[in-house]
Design a protein around this ligand. Sequence first.
Ligand code: QVZ
Ligand code: ZN
Length: 339
Amino acid sequence: MTTEKPNWNQHDLRKYDFPLDDIPRLNCMDPQVDELIRLKKPVVLTGSNLVGAASKWNLDYLEENMGNGDFTIFVSDRNQFKFFDEKKLAEIASVTGAHVKDRSKKEYERPAKSTTMKIREFARRVKEWKDGDERMYLQQALNSTSGAGVVQDFIRFRWDWVTVKQKLHNWGKLTYNLLLIGLEGNVTPCHYDEQENLFAQIHGHKRCILFPPEQFECLYPHPVWHPHDRQSQVDLTDIDYSRFPKAQNLHGVETVVGPGDVLYIPIYWWHHIESVKPEKYSVSLNFWYKAGPVGQVEYPIKGYQKVAIMRNVEKMLAEAMQDPEEVGTLLRTMVNGRF
Ligand SMILES: CC1(C)c2ccccc2-c2ccc(C[C@@H](CC(=O)O)C(=O)C(=O)O)cc21
Ligand SMILES: [Zn+2]
């Protein structure tokens, strides 16, 4: 049985061009949960109390209990926070041979810039924020150096429960717990991660739209060597069908998570996440796990395995030619009129 979906006033939510089915909401003790996770299908787990100790993490509490560190804040003059991986610029420079005319100065549009702020300053700006102002998104890995109060709460998470899940599903090690505090209306555009994710919602609500890895060709990700690697080129809120015709075949699943909900975002699944009204800000904490060991490969191979193969081919070709920009030309030569 699925637990009641919050009586969400659908008309408040943005209408998309593509069909969206509901992600199942199940009590965490329901045996169907482990079946869905085993099949790498998204599911909302209710009643887990995974981050119950953080239920009091509103801005006032966090302001008092996150210590005096400098926190990473992304700033954007629009709703979208399309992250830009600076490390990729160094990788491009390292793989590009001397024979390439000097393109390393190539300018990329840098959408969201990052800065650091004390939690007190961030909290003040959130309280004063009004629609139209510059948007901010605090994203900070939690660890033992976070404030004493937060660390005490962190220790009291349901690590017993989540460790059982990690082992049962052969996930690798826990790499990060990212604390996320974003303003209502902040959008993290459609992208995939190469990690399993238990996404715990703590304060406010987030609308999560997901697509399976099989819809790779409808979402036209940036090249692997691009700073927007793993992110879709398609703006789902304003789809350019002339550039991205296959986006017409998009068919997603969605849910709105609220405090206490934990959404399982399977590795390589696309997700587009928006903080929604009525709360002014939202607080989430994700649990990212490395992929488990590649077990016995079964054929036909699965969608997410094809994505991993395509990534490796792009990397290998860029290195072989010492020129990332040559990859498209070579691949077109390989397939056009032949396969
Ligand atoms: C947009 C932002 C702040 C960012 C900027 C620059 C580099 C990285 C990131 C980054 C990574 C993860 C998230 C959380 C979540 C999306 C969401 O909840 O908004 C998500 O995608 C996940 O948990 O996998 C959010 C961000
Ligand atoms: Zn993500």
